[in-house]
Design a protein. Structure first.
Length: 350
């Protein structure tokens, strides 16, 4: 396989396109603003050979009548020489699909009106935030994203600490927000906490990184809500898993993608079991749990049991709902971005 070297000024995925010599179509997000610059600008910042790979463009997430963008559309085509593939109107149901990047987390309240209130801390280095997607679609759940500078609401039933690209860095960030104080008060009130991957590590007594895997070598005191200690290592675990929830015995599917090993007394009360092996940890009072398993809320049976324990009812079949939305999105794209134009770009570039 060809070696892919990304360089300054590269467009996302351009390294792959360069390696396999395939045509490229740029899709501009008009909802974020500056879409004409998004399209025309790359020609001034990337190498001529890379620019030659770009053959077409499309405009996405247009609100209102697409005819209103005719002048801008024509200007992009004239400035770039690329073929216009269409203007795609706003597709409201896209909110039900997994977010493409962390910019999709800026909404303070993802859903509202549910009887069970769940809050997720928006860590500065948040990762794998699609763990939340099944919960945001549940009609009985009010899912809130808690951002920097905000207090953890006092009426939450569950607080989720998500994954992190830098556990120790996010531990410092979390404490600067005062969330450590809020979380302890939440637990004293009888609230529950679930830490996933990096969030699980944060809940322990200490996170050690003797080799400086995530940054400067050292250790950072955790929240102490779980009696566990994590030590980072250079080995990264990336594995699909089928597990059984320890509390209910219900099967759930997920995956692990993390570095570090977590051990301690609370691991004797696991969150789940994988092939009979204990996974994760739970506090003695059962209010605080941690797991390395991502994606478990996509399993309808487990999600239903977990929400029922919180006082909510699960009302969706997640995979079926996502498939139905994807089908409608495909029809939407075909209606506004004719396939003939897209297929005409599919040729190998020598």
């Amino acid at each position: 396989p060809a070696e892919v070297n990304l360089r300054a000024g590269d467009i996302a995925n351009m390294g792959f396109a360069r390696a396999v010599r395939t045509p490229v179509a740029l899709v501009g997000d008009v909802d974020r603003g500056g879409v004409i610059a998004q399209m025309v600008g790359p020609q001034t910042v990337i190498a001529d050979a890379d620019a030659a790979l770009i053959k077409g463009f499309a405009i996405n997430k247009f609100r209102g009548d697409p005819a209103l963008f005719e002048d801008g559309y024509r200007l992009i085509a004239e400035k770039t020489g690329w073929r216009g593939l269409g203007v795609i109107p706003w597709f409201a149901e896209a909110r039900k699909l997994p977010a493409e990047d962390a910019l999709g987390l800026k909404t303070k309240t993802v859903t509202g009106g549910g009887r069970v209130k769940i809050g997720c801390l928006t860590l500065s280095r948040i990762a794998n935030f699609d763990d939340l997607d099944p919960l945001k679609l549940e009609p009985d759940v009010d899912l809130r994203m808690i951002g920097a500078g905000e207090a953890v609401p006092g009426d939450l039933d569950l607080v989720i600490l998500p994954g992190s690209k830098s556990t120790r860095g996010d531990l410092v960030f979390l404490k600067r927000q005062g969330w450590d104080v809020d979380l302890r008060a939440h637990v004293r009130r009888g609230g529950r906490v679930l830490g996933i991957c990096g969030g699980y590590q944060i809940l322990g007594r200490m996170v050690r990184d003797p080799d400086g895997v995530e940054g400067p070598a050292g250790e950072t005191e955790g929240l102490g809500l779980l009696d566990v200690v994590t030590e980072m290592s250079r080995d990264k675990r990336l594995t699909r898993r089928v597990a059984q929830h320890a509390g209910t015995g219900i099967d759930m599917k997920g995956y692990e993608i993390h570095i570090g090993r977590t051990e301690g007394a609370d691991c004797a009360r696991p969150f789940a079991r994988i092939d009979g092996r204990a996974e994760g940890a739970r506090s003695a009072d059962g209010r605080v749990e941690g797991t390395y398993l991502h994606g478990v809320f996509s399993s309808d049976g487990f999600r239903a049991a977990y929400l029922r324990d919180l006082g909510a009812r699960a009302g969706i079949c997640y995979d079926a709902q996502i498939d139905a939305v994807l089908d409608r999105l495909a029809a939407h794209l075909e209606a506004h971005m004719p396939l003939a134009g897209v297929l005409s770009l599919m040729e190998r570039i020598d």
